[in-house]
Design a protein around this ligand. Structure first.
Ligand code: ZN
Length: 180
């Protein structure tokens, strides 16, 4: 017999499965932006956000394994779930633990999810200066996915995204940038 609580949990798990699949799970560029506050209190807003799973990235890698996924692998009870970034509004992590950190996921549909995230899982992206930003999950206090701004420009050829408003052409291939 299913208890009422288990029944509700299965309903929640089912609704997660029914969420739309991620736009591009293994692309070199990601349309996602995030504001991250680390455990020391430093805050950074990054674009091109992806998640890199230690040891699991060679399958998706290309380009030296530096490209990640635009979804998050979480331990949910006894199950592993894969949650697309676009379904996530905010993450709040409990204090660091050796293997897994407790995480509360605030979903875009208004629901909350209590799960565990691998401490070594790496979130990476680019700072506005285009410097590379990398952080392990265990050092994140909170992460908020922010909406794409209108000023974000996109190269139609290589699909890279740029925050610099003044740029007219892609620095990689010279293609004229498009505003989204
Ligand atoms: Zn380009």
């Amino acid at each position: 017999m299913l208890s009422k609580r288990n029944f509700l949990l299965s309903l929640l798990a089912l609704s997660l499965l029914l969420l739309p699949p991620s736009l591009a799970s293994s692309n070199a560029t990601s349309p996602f932006r995030a504001t991250i506050t680390d455990v020391s209190g430093v805050q950074a807003t990054i674009h091109n956000v992806t998640a890199l799973r230690k040891g699991g990235f060679s399958l998706f890698g290309g380009g030296g394994g530096e490209s990640g996924e635009t979804k998050l692998s979480l331990q949910y009870g006894m199950a592993e779930i894969s949650l697309p970034f676009q379904s996530i509004a905010r993450l709040e992590l409990e204090k660091p633990a050796s293997k897994y950190c407790e995480v509360i996921v605030y979903l875009r549909n208004g629901k909350q999810l209590k799960a565990k995230i691998k401490s070594q899982l790496q979130i990476q992206g680019k700072l506005p200066s285009n410097a590379t930003y990398k952080i392990k999950a265990m050092y994140i206090k909170s992460l908020t996915f922010s909406k794409q701004t209108a000023s974000l420009q996109r190269c139609p050829t290589c699909k890279r995204h740029y925050l610099e408003k003044s740029w007219k052409f892609c620095p990689y291939d010279g293609q004229k940038l498009q505003t989204k």
